[in-house]
Design a protein around this ligand. Structure first.
Ligand SMILES: Cc1cc2nc3c(=O)[nH]c(=O)nc-3n(C[C@H](O)[C@H](O)[C@H](O)COP(=O)(O)OP(=O)(O)OC[C@H]3O[C@@H](n4cnc5c(N)ncnc54)[C@H](O)[C@@H]3O)c2cc1C
Length: 452
């Protein structure tokens, strides 16, 4: 079907002006943010009211929901039709006594943070950049850093979604126990999340310090001390020369004991200017460092709100290992540094607290994540991933749901003890596989050809 015919069909099919087709511009296909994935259809709709979302879902045999398209793999892809949630981005309610904020699911963290901060509230943590949708991020267990900080989905206290039958389902942590814990990191498999309620806390101030060149020997001996030295710790490395290039420490001003920013930190030197994680790049787009106090949402991400990155020429992979295996896993990657180096932009090592969400890579496991930002050369990266995954096999790694990996489906499925329960939850809300795609059929249902 060409675009003109498609538009006609769309207009005829529209049950209301609230559902509108969105077309990729004529010279470019619909792609993910990084541009490494061309989605398998250009048919994209936008719906704004709950009633229209219900109608849209009822009238489709197959669809996928799109957030801000920041996943690097095909978890969001479909050959049928997309429902974009971008236009649903309003705050629904702020409840200071319950300490929750309820938002529409297309809202980004960037939008939410300024709203919350201006009213005296904050979230517990943020990812490296604020441009991602809250529902899309929570659906893939997106995380920041900090050994006491769970991933972003641990802040979810309730969700509203439209299931495959077009019914409105409400699940909350306090009322729905296991079902809620199974649904929160839902991988887009259960329905259209329309609203998300998040736990909030009073706004807080932070400072950020960066240290350069931490010897790998210090990391090996002092990993726990390093990781517990700040509210959020990120280690950036190119794996060369037996050192961590940069240590980013994000400190809550109220934290005790106070971090007094010594000139030396486990053998690393305090930076004398703001730095980008890749030292050769300008720090203009990075959040303020050098101990300058600022609000939580301007220190927790590495990149500034006001800076909207264009499509990034990069690929990303990330692997979670249990905290107790962190040092061995880091050293295992370091052993293959010569192969990794030429294709890498930068790696980041972060800590994440254990949680109780069935499909979270940190389920019942305090974790360390080893992240790779690659140059955008998939043929090369595709050959490196199996090698890294082999090195990490003894540690039963779980990959990030939204990034690139090559771990075989059978192995991956075996690493999620609550997978059978999640599959049951999927069948309950989507018995005929309306929200399934190749990714879900392969990694969740173990049936790449995809019959429900
Ligand atoms: C530059 C960059 C930096 C990143 N930094 C981090 C980081 O610091 N930490 C980290 O953990 N990850 C990070 N990521 C990964 C990113 O957070 C995840 O891929 C996240 O899922 C992106 O959210 P999205 O809305 O763009 O999702 P999309 O790619 O749009 O969708 C992801 C999944 O969520 C589902 N989904 C989206 N919205 C809904 C909805 N309303 N209802 C039901 N299902 C829905 C989709 O169907 C799909 O299955 C980064 C990615 C990029 C590109």
């Amino acid at each position: 079907m060409n675009k003109r015919t498609f538009l006609k069909v769309c207009s005829a099919a529209l049950t209301s002006r609230m559902i509108s087709p969105l077309l990729a511009s004529s010279d470019s296909k619909l792609k993910n943010w990084a541009g490494n994935l061309e989605y398998s259809t250009e048919k994209q709709y936008s719906a704004t009211s709950l009633k229209n979302i219900q109608e849209f879902v009822r009238n489709r045999r197959s669809l996928k929901v799109l957030g801000t398209r920041h996943c690097f793999n095909n978890i969001a892809d479909t050959t049928s039709e997309f429902l974009s949630m971008k236009a649903t981005d309003q705050v629904v309610a702020l409840d200071p006594s319950a300490r929750t904020v309820t938002i529409e699911s297309g809202m980004t963290y960037g939008q939410l943070c300024t709203y919350l901060d201006s009213r005296g509230w904050a979230l517990h943590n943020l990812a490296s950049l604020p441009h991602i949708s809250v529902a899309g991020a929570c659906s893939t267990a997106t995380h920041g850093s900090g050994e006491k900080n769970g991933n972003l989905s641990t802040a979810v206290s309730a969700i509203e979604m439209v299931n495959a039958a077009g019914e409105v389902i409400k699940l909350s942590r306090s009322r729905d126990g296991n079902m809620f814990r199974s649904a929160v990191v839902g991988l887009g498999a259960l329905g259209v999340i329309t609203k998300v309620a998040l736990e909030i806390q009073p706004r807080f101030m932070m400072k950020q310090y960066v240290y350069e060149s931490l010897p790998l020997s210090e990391l090996r001996e002092q990993f726990d001390a390093i990781e517990s030295s700040a509210y959020s710790v990120s280690l950036f490395t190119d794996w060369q020369e037996k050192r961590i290039n940069e240590v980013w420490l994000k400190i809550r001003e109220s934290d005790e004991p106070t971090f007094d920013a010594p000139a030396q930190f486990f053998g690393a030197k305090r930076a004398t200017r703001n730095l980008h994680p890749i030292v050769a790049l300008s720090a203009e787009n990075c959040t303020e460092q050098m101990g300058v106090p600022g609000p939580w949402y301007e220190r927790l991400p590495h990149f500034r709100m006001g800076f909207t990155p264009s499509a990034g020429k990069e690929l990303q992979s990330e692997y979670f290992v249990s905290r107790q295996n962190a040092v061995d896993a880091i050293l295992a990657v370091e052993r293959v540094r010569e192969k990794v180096g030429p294709h890498l932009l930068i790696s980041e090592i972060r800590t994440i607290a254990a949680d109780d969400l069935c499909m979270s890579p940190c389920y019942k496991q305090a974790s360390v994540s080893i992240h790779f930002t690659w140059k955008q050369d998939w043929p090369a990266v595709q050959t490196l991933l199996p090698m890294i995954e082999r090195e990490l096999t003894p540690f039963h790694v779980r990959p990030h749901w939204g990034k690139l990996f090559t771990i075989p489906a059978t192995e991956l499925r075996a690493r999620y003890e609550r997978l059978p329960e999640f599959v049951e939850t999927c069948r309950r809300y989507d018995p005929h596989g309306k929200f399934r795609n190749k990714f879900l059929n392969t990694y969740i249902f173990g049936n790449p050809t995809g019959s429900a």
